[in-house]
Design a protein around this ligand. Structure first.
Ligand SMILES: Nc1nc2c(ncn2[C@@H]2O[C@H](COP(=O)(O)OP(=O)(O)O)[C@@H](O)[C@H]2O)c(=O)[nH]1
Ligand SMILES: [Mg+2]
Length: 565
């Protein structure tokens, strides 16, 4: 027997359709095709990349210069600006400017020659590496900056390993060639040896230190000579010529000329041919030379990023319990939150959730499924970001990082989808190693103090533990790197107007135990250890040494002491 299902009609063949219905259907199909076309086009022109390296290699300076050449700013600022000078765009926090270091990663979106770039400047210091790791989860490629005098430094190596694990393609910019740098062949060799990849020079420095004057483009066989500008604040004039230009020897100087000729000859046959697929898989690194502070080699590098860095690629995710590769062209909008930051805008004092769009087109006010909350939410107040500045957007596409004013709706790691719920790979939390208590100096500021702690914990700037059965005892703050404490105190003061005093504690390790906290408190634990709960109410034990942890493990053989919740 045929069952009649209400609302269900068998597929119509064109011949069976009325003319009006056919017209509507065909119009709808055209609209769908146009939308897919638009989505593909928008994806193809997007580049989302993070700038990574050891501190002081020049990430923030290079970022500023990419903005300058990209036409996003008219005049470049500097990291350690003197009174009359501009600060860099990406180091906008007060403590970043006063110390001349990056503490928090920054998102900058701008358009250049038809491409849309989402640039993420990261802090290099290992004390803030959790922030950098989160940012790497949101990127499609990375720019690795090396200091030409130092080569591969420890933090660069660590970040490279993260990129390798995630198959993130890397472009390398060897910076500070205006200072005496190591031999370029030696630097290329070091990248290959230390990182176990193939490094392919794409251009070659002309001169070194005081005689550094430009780069030789190995693919176009073009000599680019740059002129300095005051503080490198504006675009450096450039002269372009072939290697056979008769006036070049005089212009470059005899020694640099000789070196360039020799290098050009050596490099013609040598080296690995640049293999794009191997690059996209993270096995080959194209290498560029320059000086960010002087704007030497920045423009060819910007062009290389657009040419080589891949557009948004498919991402591993889970949907309905199955592993999938989520394509950016998937018509369902999906995205995840990788960062939260409070008080970016002095006037509004609100919290912004940074969302990386992974598939589909985003539209302002759309309804999506919020996986952690298990309910629909409306995506209101989306913003395009340019460091601390933001402007409202109506539409956005995969690769884009959009900021949402977050009234407690989002946590780091939250995923949303306009179709079936989706989950992405977890963003790891690092095990804290430094512990302290913090107290507001003025009792009257207690409310602000609590609010500050809550919001900064939400950002992942530290973790707050509450001692079990420690009536009225202060919460214990835990961080991965000691400098995070300085930042906390400074931010509580500038953003929440609360002065604090800090007391360091002797704990060195935090271990999560997947049991009820009362049960954990009854376990046989070393006398100096402390049982506490984290923000989610999970039990955590604080130890002052590895020895204590071993002791606890031996006393409680069936219990897992985990370094993350
Ligand atoms: N001599 C020289 N100094 C540079 C160059 N690029 C950056 N610097 C300086 O190196 C220091 C660190 O730069 P910064 O961009 O903050 O590095 P980051 O920690 O990697 O973000 C600053 O004092 C910059 O002015 C360069 O090309 N040449
Ligand atoms: Mg920096």
């Amino acid at each position: 027997m045929k069952v009649e299902r209400p609302g269900f009609s068998p597929p119509l063949h064109r011949s069976g359709m009325t003319a009006a219905l056919a017209a509507v259907t065909s119009r709808r199909m055209t609209v769908v095709a146009e939308l897919t076309d638009e989505l593909s086009r928008e994806i193809a022109r997007r580049r989302t990349f993070a700038i990574i390296s050891h501190p002081d290699a020049g990430k923030t300076t290079l970022t500023e210069k990419l903005l300058l050449y990209g036409g996003a700013i008219e005049e470049a600022g500097s990291v350690r600006a003197r009174r009359q000078q501009r600060h860099t765009t990406s180091d906008w926090m007060a403590i970043e400017q006063s110390r001349g270091i990056s503490i928090s990663s920054t998102v900058l979106q701008f358009e250049y020659e038809g491409s849309v770039l989402n640039l993420l400047d990261t802090p290099g210091h290992q004390d803030f590496s959790e922030d950098t790791y989160r940012t790497l989860a949101a990127t499609d490629s990375a720019v690795m900056v090396l200091d030409g005098a130092k080569g591969i430094e420890p933090q660069t190596r660590k970040l490279f390993e993260v990129c390798r694990m995630r198959h993130i393609p890397i472009l390398c910019f060897i910076n500070k060639l205006d200072q005496p740098a190591r031999d370029p062949f030696e630097l290329i060799g070091e990248i290959e040896r230390e990182l176990n990849v193939a490094a392919v020079p794409m251009n070659w420095p002309i001169g070194n230190g005081p005689t550094f004057q430009g780069v030789f483009d190995l693919r176009k066989q073009q000599v680019l000579r740059f002129e300095r500008t005051q503080h490198g604040a504006s675009i450096a004039p450039v002269k372009v010529s072939g290697l056979d230009d008769p006036s070049l020897e005089d212009a470059v100087g005899p020694y640099a000329w000789q070196e360039l000729r020799e290098a050009a000859e050596l490099l013609e046959g040598a080296g690995h041919a640049f293999d794009r697929r191997a690059f996209e898989y993270g096995r080959v690194i194209p290498v560029f030379f320059g000086s960010a502070v002087n704007n030497f080699g920045v423009e060819p590098f910007l062009h290389a990023v657009i040419e080589l860095a891949p557009p948004p690629s498919p991402r591993h995710a889970k949907q309905k319990g199955e592993d999938i590769e989520l394509e950016p062209v998937d018509p369902n909008f999906t995205g995840f939150v990788f960062k939260i930051q409070a008080n970016m805008d002095k006037r509004h004092r609100d919290r912004l959730a940074f969302m990386r769009i992974t598939s589909g087109a985003f539209e302002k006010d759309m309804l999506v499924h919020h996986a952690r909350l298990g309910r629909e939410v409306r995506m209101t107040r989306p913003h395009r970001l340019f460091a601390r500045e933001r402007v409202g957007v109506e539409r956005a596409y995969p690769g884009d990082v959009i900021g949402f004013v977050n009234p407690g709706l989002f946590q780091i790691g939250d995923a949303v989808s306009s179709g079936d719920p989706v989950e992405f790979d977890r963003i790891p939390r690092f095990a804290p190693e430094y512990f302290a208590t913090l107290r507001a100096k003025q009792v009257t500021r207690q409310k602000q103090f609590q609010k500050g702690l809550e919001q900064l914990e939400e950002e992942g700037a530290m973790q707050v533990f509450v001692v079990h059965e420690g009536l009225r005892s202060e919460p214990i703050l835990a961080v991965v790197g000691e400098l995070q404490f300085d930042v906390l105190q400074s931010r509580l003061e500038t953003e929440y107007n609360v002065e604090t005093t800090m007391t360091s504690l002797s704990y060195k390790l935090a271990r999560w135990v997947d049991r009820d906290v009362d049960e954990v408190a009854r376990m046989s634990l070393p006398s100096k250890s402390r049982v506490a709960t984290d923000r989610n109410g999970h039990a955590v034990v604080l130890f002052t040494s590895d020895w204590e942890l071993d002791f606890a493990q031996k006393e409680n053989p069936g219990v897992a002491f985990k370094s993350a919740s």
